[in-house]
Design a protein around this ligand. Structure first.
Ligand SMILES: Cc1cc2nc3c(=O)[nH]c(=O)nc-3n(C[C@H](O)[C@H](O)[C@H](O)COP(=O)(O)OP(=O)(O)OC[C@H]3O[C@@H](n4cnc5c(N)ncnc54)[C@H](O)[C@@H]3O)c2cc1C
Length: 494
């Protein structure tokens, strides 16, 4: 990292990845400070895009957020008297595109923010090599979390694997510097007008079709994040109680913005911390969730084996169900046809909107591994494909928590009952009615377990089980016993 005594670069390139904002951006700040002329680029990386379905809300979200980022950069430049500042947008393998643009622009250094996912680290290692080949430096910075990698350690200097002591150490380590924003405007005069002709590729040119992102009113870019934050701050006092009920507008819905960096984690943590210090309980609970996010990021950074294996090795001995019947159960889970209304409503929410409420993520994840007997990685991959806010660290952490294989996970013998979860967290069945209209006519005691309803009641609600709504694909009580047997290998290994 260049210091005050290091030579200033004449030309540099800022490479945006999961940090799509011009304000409070660590790498952009350092780039502007260290260079006389800075250009900015985003690459639609074909190494990533080629694996995605052709209609993907995340790609559309990024595409729209880049328009916003381009406007932000132009106005940041204009405020410093520099006209014609624009974001370069490339489409191709990122390593090649960045190295080529760096050469064309004749930059001495490329700047980016850390991304600790194993594939991203491998990409960055290749980028470092490609740039070094032409004598170009590659500088990267922490931006995406408050504390990363090994910044918060136990007294034995080891990474934490239990959340509560991690959170205490996180709070003890926190200081004003960690929460302070990076004032990019201070060095905005280093922004350079875009010298190269070329417009941003359309979604179609990238090979993608439009999704229902606009109909869902998911607002991209920093403006979208600011609107959500403003709305959430009116409700944050009640977050601690409201957050568990999917029919209520309890959480912030900022996940997708945190994922793509259209909002700064420092801004959110600073806001939450200030309210927490004033004794606001909702803000304290929300701050804890932001700390969970850091927790799982450091787990992934320090234990990359979790991407393919259990955090706790003993859990790799578990034998999951395979074969035709298992595949049919998996399809029923994916498509919301399990016969358990809350599970089906949750999967419908995911399939229709790309969002799933946190309580429901826990319920459906537990259902997949502990009721259906399926490998948690199958569910993890399905979430990775569908979630707008998909984040490898948090998703893997959530799945390993639910399957009990993770660090600080729920014990394996704790098995969510999908009916009592439904009665408790969607007592009137409002959420179920919204996403499973076939059940809308049922009264609320019956809506949680339609198979137990009286035939008269089903008939008057227009429901024919097995036809208009599925019968349960498993019996929870029997599945629970199978799971305890299945997980016995873990007890033997302990
Ligand atoms: C099986 C499973 C899979 C999950 N997959 C993801 C995922 O891919 N991406 C993701 O961001 N979160 C994931 N989570 C965590 C959590 O469900 C979502 O972060 C949350 O529902 C997003 O909605 P929100 O932005 O309204 O959250 P809020 O309740 O408003 O929380 C604010 C932010 O805190 C962070 N956060 C909240 N809870 C957690 C948590 N348990 N772990 C880590 N970070 C958290 C998120 O960044 C979230 O946006 C998963 C949880 C489970 C149980």
């Amino acid at each position: 990292m260049p210091t005050a005594s290091a030579p200033r670069y004449d030309r540099g390139l800022m490479w945006f990845r999961r940090d799509l904002r011009a304000t409070d951006n660590a790498a952009l700040y350092h780039a502007l400070k260290a260079c006389r002329h800075i250009w900015c680029v985003f690459v639609f990386d074909t190494d990533i895009l080629d694996k995605l379905p052709r209609a993907d809300r995340r790609v559309e979200f990024i595409h729209a957020s880049l328009e916003d980022l381009d406007v932000q950069l132009s106005s940041l430049g204009a405020q410093a008297g520099i006209a014609g500042v624009h974001l370069h947008v490339r489409h191709g393998p990122a390593v090649h595109e960045v190295a080529q643009l760096a050469q064309t622009l004749g930059v001495q250094a490329v700047f980016a923010n850390h991304d600790d996912e194993p594939d991203a680290l491998a990409r960055d290692a290749r980028t470092l090599g490609a740039l070094a080949h032409h004598g170009t430096m590659f500088h990267t910075y922490k931006d995406h979390v408050i504390f990363e990698r090994q910044e918060v350690l136990t007294q034995q200097a080891r990474p934490f694997s239990v959340f509560t002591p991690y959170k205490q150490a996180w709070l003890r380590t926190l200081d004003d510097f960690q929460l302070k924003g990076y004032p990019t405007r201070r060095y905005a005069a280093s922004l350079a007008p875009a010298p190269l002709a070329g417009s941003r590729p359309t979604l179609q040119a990238l090979g993608f079709g439009a999704t229902n992102l606009t109909q869902l009113r998911i607002l991209p870019g920093s403006d979208g994040a600011a609107t959500l934050l403003e709305d959430f701050l009116q409700r944050i006092d009640h977050y601690g109680t409201a957050r568990d009920f999917p029919a209520i507008k309890g959480p912030s819905y900022l996940g997708v913005h945190l994922r793509f960096g259209t909002v700064s984690i420092r801004l959110l943590a600073r806001t939450a911390y200030a309210l927490h210090a004033q004794g606001n309980n909702g803000a304290s609970v929300w701050l804890s969730e932001l700390i969970w996010r850091d927790f799982y990021h450091q787990i992934l950074a320090n234990h990359p084996h979790v991407v393919t294996r259990s955090f706790k090795p003993a859990y790799d001995a578990i034998k999951w169900d395979h074969g035709k019947h298992a595949d049919a159960l998996f399809a029923a889970w994916c498509e919301g046809r399990t016969g358990y209304p809350l599970v089906d409503a949750a999967m419908a929410q995911l399939n229709q909107t790309g969002y799933m409420h946190n309580r429901l993520r826990m319920v459906v994840a537990s259902f997949l591994c502990k009721d259906l007997g399926l490998d948690w990685r199958r569910g993890e991959h399905y979430f990775a494909e569908k979630l707008n806010d998909f984040d490898l660290a948090a998703n893997n952490g959530g799945w390993q928590w639910a399957s009990s294989s993770g660090c600080d996970a729920q014990p394996y013998f704790r098995i969510f009952n999908p009916v009592s979860q439904s009665e408790r967290f969607d007592p009137e069945g409002r959420f179920i009615r919204r996403y499973v209209p076939a059940l809308a006519g049922l009264t609320h005691p019956a809506i949680h377990a339609p198979w137990a309803a009286k035939p008269m009641e089903l008939a008057s609600a227009g429901i024919e089980l097995g036809k208009t709504y599925p019968l349960p694909v498993v019996d929870h009580a029997i599945a629970r016993q199978h799971t305890l047997t299945r997980y016995a290998v873990v007890k033997q290994a302990a």
